[in-house]
Design a protein around this ligand. Structure first.
Ligand SMILES: [Zn+2]
Ligand SMILES: [Zn+2]
Length: 134
């Protein structure tokens, strides 16, 4: 019956909502802990944050594992959103340097693109001239 189906999908979305809320709770919790534990200063640029500006201060995970949240805060570092961006941006750059090998040599192909039969044509022409004398 449609009634049962509706109940099922309601339950499913309830589960999803719970999981999402749980994740947000956990994120909020470690952020609050980190903010209590550390001075409200960006670990890179040294800017101080207070009041509404605190939103710009984020928790960076030193080992980049967001599930690694030791209670002593040893995996956390407070960074402003700009420095946090930089921190991850630099890693992405480093990774892309590792993944992409130096640019490929393409010069070998270019010789073939320009009149490949020019020499042969000239050879045939001169030979034809010799034949005409007979
Ligand atoms: Zn900063
Ligand atoms: Zn981070």
């Amino acid at each position: 019956m449609p009634k049962n189906k509706t109940n099922d999908s309601n339950r499913l979305s309830q589960v999803v909502a719970d999981a999402r809320r749980h994740m947000q709770d956990r994120e909020k919790t470690y952020r609050e802990k980190a903010l209590k534990m550390y001075p409200h200063v960006c670990g890179r640029c040294g800017r101080e944050f207070s009041g509404k500006q605190l939103r710009e201060l984020t928790v960076h995970h030193r080992d980049h594992n967001h599930d690694n949240n030791p209670p002593d805060g040893s995996n956390w570092e407070l960074l402003c959103i700009y420095c946090h961006d930089n921190e991850h941006g630099r890693l992405e750059v480093a990774e892309s340097y590792d993944n992409h090998s130096p640019s490929k040599e393409k010069s070998a192909d270019s010789d073939f693109s320009h009149k490949p039969f020019a020499a042969l044509e000239a050879l045939l022409k001169s030979k034809g001239g010799d034949d005409a004398d007979h």
